[in-house]
Design a protein around this ligand. Structure first.
Ligand code: SF4
Ligand code: SF4
Length: 130
């Protein structure tokens, strides 16, 4: 993961607070689901428990400083979302944050790859664990 991605995610959390329909389970194994604390699973058991639109596993203030409390065990949908992809951009715009490429442009990091085409970033959504 590029440093700017990790930093942007820690200062964001928008996709984790966009919709209760977002952090749904999909093809996770039983073992993977078992690692998610029961208190953070929705009553329907179809995804993460949310408080309003916000995932219960998210700590911090959205748009300021956030952290996923189950980062290593987060659902597949969370792993699939990439900083700068379409879902990220929609979520960030929803809370009034600039597009991630806009951040890159402002920081002068012209060598950043196009994150919407960076398939090798599939497992590196963000480093919110620290
Ligand atoms: S993937 Fe995008 S919307 Fe989600 S926390 Fe990172 S920067 Fe924010
Ligand atoms: S499980 Fe973690 S990464 Fe996924 S929506 Fe909740 S806080 Fe965000």
């Amino acid at each position: 993961m590029l440093a700017i991605d990790a930093a942007a995610c820690r200062a964001c959390g928008a996709c984790c607070a966009y919709s209760a329909e977002w952090p749904r389970f999909s093809l996770e194994s039983d073992a993977a689901l078992a690692r998610i604390p029961e208190a953070l699973v929705s009553p329907s058991r179809g995804g993460m428990r949310c408080e309003g639109d916000r995932c219960a596993a998210l700590e911090g203030e959205v748009g300021v400083e956030t952290r996923c409390t189950i980062y290593d065990d987060r659902p597949d949908v969370c792993r699939a979302c990439e900083p700068g992809d379409d879902a990220c951009t929609i979520a960030r715009r929803h809370i009034g944050l600039p597009d991630l490429l806009g951040l890159a442009d402002l920081s002068g990091l012209a060598d950043l790859p196009d994150p919407t085409a960076a398939s090798d970033l599939q497992s590196s959504r963000r480093d919110m664990a620290s």
